[in-house]
Ligand binder design. Structure first.
Ligand SMILES: Nc1ncnc2c1ncn2[C@@H]1O[C@H](COP(=O)(O)OP(=O)(O)O)[C@@H](O)[C@H]1O
Ligand SMILES: [Mg+2]
Length: 257
């Protein structure tokens, strides 16, 4: 539509990365729809300009790395406590860790695996019993605990392309504290204020993203907290409710560079 040629290359074809033919095919610009960071770095070494870049995908793929990358940027985030990384499933859970986390977060709070999508690895912890159950279950899985931003059940998904805020969609769920569309959340157009625009653009810039979906939580007193940043955000629902052609804006950015 915009006069550019595009070719779809599946990840199984990356096995031929070293052959000149494959190198030539991918030697240009590439909208990278995978989260395979190693393959992304290999493609960049082969001279490909990835949208998004490998480093940005890596930072977003791990919510704790995202947090670390943003924690001195000025972007407001919920209080976040990383769980100690363990090498043995029977490593003791210390009273110090348990009481310190309880003190910092207060019940209820949220547990998340560092990697996860569609709300599947996110749970609400209401008391110490649930906390210890979660900690025991996740001993060998990178995870963290996070302040619960009440009321829950809703957030705002914001699309940023080329460093510029594009549109926002409020997502609401009735039966779940997680607002993910995949879990039954419903989207509606959301009028962003300047503070939200600035927050999303700063997050995208700090993480080095060309395209992303920033999830923002709004507290009861209307404070904004960055929840997570999706380098591979699905956008069909946001396109539908905001009546914006997101794919076209993304393509225009790639062609313009
Ligand atoms: N700290 C929090 N307080 C309140 N709700 C949260 C919090 N973190 C996540 N949620 C809810 O859970 C949903 C899924 O969490 P998120 O971190 O975006 O994981 P995923 O990558 O699985 O979408 C969010 O869209 C939001 O509705
Ligand atoms: Mg999310």
């Amino acid at each position: 539509m915009l006069g550019a040629n595009a070719e779809i290359i599946k990840n199984i074809n990356l096995a031929f990365l070293k052959e000149n033919k494959a190198l030539a095919a991918i030697g240009g610009k590439c909208v990278y729809l995978d989260k395979d960071k190693a393959a992304a770095y290999l493609l960049e070494k082969a001279g490909c300009r990835l949208y998004n870049r490998a480093k940005a995908i890596e930072l977003c793929d791990d919510k704790m790395l995202t947090h670390a990358a943003l924690c001195v940027s000025g972007v407001n985030m919920p209080v976040t406590v990383p769980a100690p990384l363990c090498y043995y499933a029977d490593s003791p859970i210390t009273e110090e860790f348990v009481s310190c986390t309880e003190e910092r977060l207060g019940y209820p709070f949220v547990v998340k695996q560092n990697r996860g999508s569609f709300g599947a690895e996110v749970e609400l912890i209401k008391n110490r019993e649930e906390f210890l159950l979660a900690e025991n279950k996740l001993r060998l899985t990178p995870h963290f605990y996070q302040q619960f931003i009440a009321p829950g059940g809703e957030d705002v998904r914001c699309i940023v392309i080329g460093g510029k805020f594009v549109c926002a969609m409020k997502r609401k769920s009735t039966g779940d504290f997680r607002a993910n569309i995949e879990l039954g959340g419903r989207g509606e157009r959301f009028e962003a204020d300047e503070e939200l625009v600035e927050m999303c653009e700063l997050a995208a810039k700090t993480l080095g993203l060309d395209y992303c979906g920033v999830d923002v939580l709004l507290s009861r007193d209307d404070k904004k907290y960055l929840c997570e940043v999706n380098s591979n955000a699905l956008f069909s629902e946001a396109e539908r409710v905001c009546a914006v052609n997101i794919a076209k804006k993304f393509a225009e950015l790639i062609i313009s560079e």
